[in-house]
Design a protein around this ligand. Structure first.
Ligand code: SF4
Length: 385
């Protein structure tokens, strides 16, 4: 079953590290966006066949929209045929969350909130340019529960400028104290062109570790932070089901699982990516271009970024995403999907990593040993075709 991603490209203020596509929230742009979105929904309804298994309203910051704007958007999305058990997530920022907005979401069947907490240390939050405090996170979680949501994710970041192992441990503890069903952990990456990169003189990560008096944790420290989190969350009853994701049993994010399993998805909104039947395309980012195209009855797709994926690309993506998950790659499913056993394509490299204990082959599945999750990218690149 396909999934649906809807991009809300507005934020109250740009975070210092952010390279996602987002622009400042303003009334006139939001009005144009919502009009464009309504037109895009009508235009692209037919592109997905069958019921939609999951919705993810992300951004940007969907909760920066006013209650009325959010309601209008959710109402427009009702045109899609969702499975009765569909997982429907809205990404929220603790600085923009109100009970009124949560009640509207709940009224439209949203059943999962993903809260961008990032840290429970106000100094670190301030250093990375977040608009909220640790107290705002706690307040937001209370509101989320009050509105009746029983599926909550907290996003946390590690490797922040000046962050120590004990700061990170404290953030993890405070997060767990709030009893979220799911936690996503991301290492800070210095993206070119962001204020954080500029404050480092746009030098590469290896060349400069300083930000004022704060030091950016190096790779070894980040690896220690990752290990600390994985070990601690395991003792707290969280299942490490994907490199960056932990969940109480039964609360794995179905939307993300569908990406990792290589299933189809439709992306709506400026900058959103779709991948349907082996064809990937990206929407235009510029908001007025997006609106103009939809007004002309044209799909707001960037022609230069539309590609039909080759068999080799599809196989590599499937491998790359499959190795991120604890369930790994099902040999039989792989052979059915690509018409050849995985061993025929990757025999040598697979044997090499299996012999070293880095990849495990058991019960018809091939999985990355969790001890190597933090360096997964360097292993996966050996599978490129
Ligand atoms: S809230 Fe999220 S999308 Fe918006 S600027 Fe910050 S990191 Fe980027």
């Amino acid at each position: 079953m396909p999934s649906l991603y809807v991009h809300v490209p507005f934020c109250q203020k740009k975070c210092n590290y952010c390279a996602f596509f987002s622009i400042p929230y303003t009334g006139s742009k939001t009005f144009s966006y919502l009009q464009g979105m309504e037109r895009e929904i009508h235009m692209r309804l037919g592109e997905v066949s069958g019921k939609i298994a999951s919705l993810f309203l992300g951004g940007g910051t969907p909760t920066v929209l006013s209650a009325e704007e959010l309601e209008g958007l959710l109402n427009s999305l009702e045109l899609f045929a969702f499975s009765p058990q569909a997982e429907k997530t809205v990404e929220a920022n603790p600085g923009t969350l109100e009970l009124k907005k949560l009640n509207i979401m709940s009224g439209y069947g949203i059943n999962r909130i993903s809260l961008g907490a990032q840290s429970f240390n106000d100094l670190l939050l301030n250093r990375i340019g977040r608009i909220h405090s640790a107290q705002d996170i706690t307040r937001s979680v209370k509101l989320i529960r009050q509105a009746g949501f029983d599926n909550l994710n907290l996003d946390l970041m590690f490797g922040l400028p000046g962050q120590t192992l004990s700061d990170w441990q404290e953030t993890l503890q405070k997060a767990v104290d709030l009893e979220p069903e799911h936690l996503s952990l991301y290492a800070l990456t210095i993206e070119p062109g962001t204020p954080l990169a500029c404050s480092l003189g746009e030098q590469s990560y290896e060349q400069s570790y300083s930000l004022g008096s704060a030091v950016i944790p190096d790779d070894d420290m980040q690896a220690d932070m990752y290990e600390l989190a994985a070990g601690y969350l395991r003792t707290q009853g969280y299942w490490h089901y994907e490199i960056s994701n932990f969940a109480r049993p039964g609360f794995e994010c179905r939307h993300n699982l569908s990406y990792w399993r290589g299933e189809d998805y439709l992306g709506l909104g400026p900058g959103a990516v779709s991948c349907l039947n082996g064809m990937r395309c990206k929407n235009v980012e510029h908001i007025y271009k997006y609106c103009r195209l939809t007004q002309q009855g044209l799909k707001p797709v960037e022609d230069s970024e539309t590609e039909i994926l080759t068999q080799k690309e599809l196989i590599f993506e499937y491998i790359m995403l499959g190795f991120r998950t604890a369930e790994g790659i099902d040999r039989e499913l792989f052979a059915r999907k690509f018409g050849r056993p995985i061993q025929d394509i990757y025999g040598e490299v697979l044997t090499h990593y299996i012999d070293k204990g880095i990849i495990c082959s058991e019960k018809g599945r091939i999985k990355l040993n969790p001890a190597y999750y933090f360096v997964a990218n360097s292993i996966i690149k050996d599978f490129s075709l």
